[in-house]
Design a protein around this ligand. Structure first.
Ligand code: HAM
Length: 425
C-alpha cells in the first residue's frame, strides 16, 4: 500500500462539523456588511512580490520572514498574499475604482504567512477584511470600529473582546517622533535585544511593540507619539473617541499599539480577547492615507480592518455560543423497490422546489427497509419519508418521525409539502 499524504503543517482542512460554524459566521458578517453598504471584491491569492514589499514594508516580520514567495515559470517573483489590503488597493487602482470616488469594499479569503503554527496561528488562515477609500473624516474610522462592535454584538461576543486604539500621527509627525525615539533608544543601546538593535534605524516604532520582558521598563519610559501629534491629528483622534463614546463602545487608548504593517497613519485599532491564549488579537486595522499614492495612485485616503476567522470561530466554539447550529438533513427519503427508486428522485426534486430551504437527503444505496432506516436515523434527519410500490400507485408518501414518538402518517403530496413546511419553519 502506498503512503497516504497529509496536509501542509499549519494549513487546515475544514470538515462538516466546522463548516457549519463557518457558514453561520460568514452569513452573519455578510448581512452586517450589506447593511452598512459595503460591496464585495474578490482578488487573486497570488500577487507580484513587489506589491507586498512596497505596501507592508521591507522591515516587517511579514516581508522579512513570513512570505510564501516563489518564482513563476517565467522567472517573475510571486507571493501568496499574506494579507488583503495591498491586493485590494492594487485592484481598486487597476480598475479605476478610487480616483475621485469613494468606495467601501470588503473581501474574504485565505491568507498565507510562514509563522510557527500554534493554536490561533496558522500558515493558511482566513480573513474577512474591509477597505474604504476617499473618506478623510474621522467618522469613517469610527464607522469601521462600530461595525466590528456590531458584529460582536450579533455573535454574542461583546463581553469577551476589548478594543484598543491609538493614533500613529501623520508622516511628518511620525518622522520627528522617530528621531526622538531613535535618540532615546540609542542612549540605552546596551538594553536593546538583537531584533530591536536591527530595527533601531529602519523601523524604531516596532521596538515599542516588543514583548521582550527585559525591555519593558525601557519601553514604558519611551517618548509617546501621542504627545507629539499636531492639532489636526489630535482633533481627528478626539473625534474618533467621541464617536465611540456616543455609541457606547468602550475602548482603551494604548499608546504602544503600532501594528505589524507599515502603511498605517492616524487611527489604528485592535480587538483583543483573553479567551484564546497567546493569539488573542481577533481583528486589527486602521487608516492608511499614504498607501494608494505609495502604490502609484493619486493621493487618496483609505482605512480598513481585517479579522481572523479561525480565531473568531474558535472563540465562538470555546465559549459555546453556538449551540443550535446543525446542517443535518430535515428529511431522509427511503425508496423501496425499483418503481419507487425510479420515481423517488423526481419526487425529491418536486419537494425541494415546493419547500424552499428544505434539506432532503435521498437514500441512493437501496436495500431492505431496515438498512435504509438505520441510515435515515444516522443522518440526523427529523423525519423519514418512505415510498414503496404501494405508495407509488396510491400517490402517497409515508412520513415517519425519527426523533419523536408521533405516529407515522400516509400523506398525499400536497399534505406532505404542508407538513415539511411546518417542520422547517
Ligand atoms: P493583521 O493584524 O496582520 O492585519 O491581521 C488581521 C487579523 O488576521 C489578525 O488580527 C488575526 O486575527 C488574523 N491573523 C493574522 N495572522 C494570522 C495567522 N497566522 N493565523 C491566524 N490568524 C491570523 C492585516 O492583515 C491588515 N491587512 C488589516 C487591515 C485591513 N488594515 C487595514 N485594512
Amino acid at each position: 500500500m502506498s503512503k497516504t499524504l497529509s496536509a501542509i503543517r499549519g494549513m487546515n482542512d475544514l470538515l462538516p462539523e466546522q463548516t457549519v460554524v463557518w457558514r453561520h459566521f460568514e452569513s452573519v458578517i455578510r448581512n452586517l456588511l450589506d447593511s452598512h453598504g459595503y460591496q464585495e471584491v474578490r482578488m487573486p491569492v497570488v500577487e507580484k512580490t513587489e506589491l507586498f514589499k512596497r505596501s507592508i514594508g521591507e522591515v516587517t516580520d511579514i516581508v522579512e520572514k513570513e512570505m510564501y514567495t516563489f518564482e513563476d515559470r517565467n522567472g517573475e517573483s510571486l507571493t501568496l498574499r499574506p494579507e488583503g489590503t495591498a491586493g485590494c488597493v492594487r485592484a481598486a487602482l487597476q480598475h479605476g475604482l478610487i480616483h475621485n470616488q469613494t468606495q467601501r469594499l470588503w473581501y474574504a479569503g485565505q491568507m498565507y504567512r510562514y509563522e510557527r503554527p500554534q493554536k490561533g496561528r496558522y500558515r493558511q488562515f482566513h480573513q474577512v477584511g474591509v477597505e474604504a477609500f476617499g473618506i478623510a473624516d474621522a467618522s469613517l474610522d469610527a464607522e469601521l470600529i462600530l461595525m466590528t462592535a456590531n458584529l460582536w454584538k450579533k455573535l454574542g461576543l461583546t463581553p469577551f473582546v476589548r478594543l484598543e486604539i491609538n493614533s500613529l500621527g501623520d508622516a511628518e509627525e511620525r518622522k520627528l517622533y522617530r528621531e526622538k525615539l531613535i535618540a532615546y533608544f540609542e542612549a540605552s543601546l546596551e538594553l536593546l535585544d538583537e531584533d530591536s538593535k536591527r530595527r533601531l534605524h529602519s523601523n524604531p516604532l516596532r521596538i515599542l511593540d516588543s514583548k521582550n520582558p527585559e525591555m519593558q521598563v525601557l519601553i514604558e519610559a519611551a517618548p509617546r507619539l501621542m504627545d507629539h501629534l499636531g492639532e489636526e491629528t489630535k482633533a481627528h483622534f478626539e473625534k474618533v473617541c467621541k464617536s465611540l463614546d456616543a455609541a457606547g463602545v468602550e475602548y482603551q487608548v494604548n499608546t504602544r499599539l503600532v501594528r505589524g504593517l507599515d502603511y498605517y497613519n492616524r487611527t489604528v485599532f485592535e480587538w483583543v480577547t483573553d479567551h484564546l491564549g497567546a493569539q488573542g488579537t481577533v481583528c486589527g486595522g486602521g487608516r492608511y492615507d499614504g498607501l494608494v499614492e505609495q502604490l502609484g495612485g493619486k493621493p487618496t485616503c483609505g482605512a480598513g480592518f481585517a479579522m481572523g476567522v479561525e480565531r473568531l470561530v474558535a472563540l465562538l466554539q470555546d465559549l459555546e455560543l453556538l449551540t443550535n447550529l446543525d446542517d443535518n438533513p430535515h428529511a431522509y427519503l427511503m425508496r423501496l423497490g425499483e418503481q419507487a427508486e425510479i420515481h423517488g428522485l423526481a419526487l425529491a426534486n418536486r419537494l425541494r422546489d415546493a419547500v424552499p430551504g428544505l434539506r432532503l437527503l435521498t437514500d441512493c444505496q437501496g436495500g431492505a427497509f431496515k438498512k435504509q432506516f438505520k441510515r435515515a436515523d444516522k443522518s440526523g434527519a427529523q423525519v423519514a419519508l418512505v415510498v414503496g410500490e404501494d405508495e407509488i400507485s396510491s400517490g402517497q408518501v409515508q412520513l415517519k418521525p425519527l426523533r419523536t414518538t408521533q405516529d407515522q402518517q400516509a400523506l398525499d403530496e400536497t399534505a406532505l409539502i404542508q407538513q415539511l413546511k411546518q417542520l422547517i419553519a
